[in-house]
Design a protein around this ligand. Sequence first.
Ligand SMILES: Cc1ncc(COP(=O)(O)O)c(C=O)c1O
Length: 434
Amino acid sequence: MNMVSEIKGKHLWFDGCDTVELAKEFGTPLYVYSKTDIVSRIAELKECWIKPYPKNRIAYAAKAFCCMGMYKLCENEGISMDVVSGGELYTAMKAGINPAKLEFNGNNKLPKELEAAIDYGVERIVIDGVQELELIESICKKLGKKTDILIRVTPCVEVDTHDFIVTGRKDSKFGLNIEPEFIFPYVKRAIDSEYVNFHGFHFHLGSQLFDVKPFLDATAVMLQLMKDTREKFGFVCDELNIGGGPGVTYINEERPPYRYFYDPVLEKVEAFCKAEDYPMPAMICEPGRSIVAEAGLQLYTVGMTKEVIGIRKYAAIDGGMPDNIRPALYGAKYKGIVANRADEPADETVTICGKCCEGDSDMIIKDAPFAMPKTGDIIAVFSTGAYGYSMANNYNRNPIPGVILVEKGKAEWMVKPQTYEQMICCDVIPESLK
Ligand SMILES: Cc1ncc(COP(=O)(O)O)c(C=O)c1O
């Protein structure tokens, strides 16, 4: 349970709202986000990242949870946002976000996506592909515009997390190779380009990280790159982006405070700048998961229950892998509770399974302690705010559930539930089949 969850009477409450009432009013399955939690994470981050260096930036990685309301919340809190596709960019623009608050990442940005980003005038484009500089230059030439860029490199640092979310190792689809014979000619081209303003480097190590050492190792690699760039070309980088990655609590992991990662990184950069007489660059971080994961709760209603005697007790919910694919994708684990009987002891071992035509991959929680769920009970699953809604899909033609934002007892829609009508709106029956 996170900072805004509490048990009052028989029910689970979340940011001042009775979750059982939320389920009744908004229906299930339902994603619930606590504004109090998100705002306090951003405040904690600003305190250690922006306060000591007001030029520093936080760019919330929208891939973790993307919708117009979330962009607006970030803008209201005064932080930038990192987008990775034309769709994320479009969503931000439709939310009325100032494009000068958007950073554009992605290892294979499409020409039309880059064109839109340059036309809108995003704050930074992070080059992440060998041919991208040339492509950006040709678009800038066509539009008569200049754009601001960083270059993402692969720092070749290993991290301890799930293989699927490691991105900073040498063999990665992300980032440019850091070998001197490749990277320096590329950097020189960027410095000399009449179409881009080159600011510096970017790296991203991976996600759900708990150790600061890889951040420090990768920062050291970047500082050397900045030093070499000055020595070779007389060019001083004025920005360094260290990506996202801080880990969160799902089961028993202890979420480190932001200071654990970011104080030593800033100290390392400060020490380098002092020793090398290098102007302190603006530092950018791009956390996604750590801003929204624990602020999210999913609510489901129990339908069928089943006991395989001597083996397992199942409770089937009205959602599953389409609304949270992380257990199937990464073997992700969650904690849950029967929200309408939250005061009862969790004295049974229960598997919360979905309603899809998949077996073990459609289990949201496997073999975990619960009060035995009954038909009609509400199941709450904690820490589901990151990469759940944003990866939701229509498998088995299940509509994507709605999202509500709650704060101190008030609840409002953030995304309405998808309807069957909307789900089929792009279907076309070919003439030849009629
Ligand atoms: C470039 C980049 N920045 C930031 C993030 C966000 O990482 P996290 O959600 O672990 O903070 C990602 C995640 O994939 C990423 O690829």
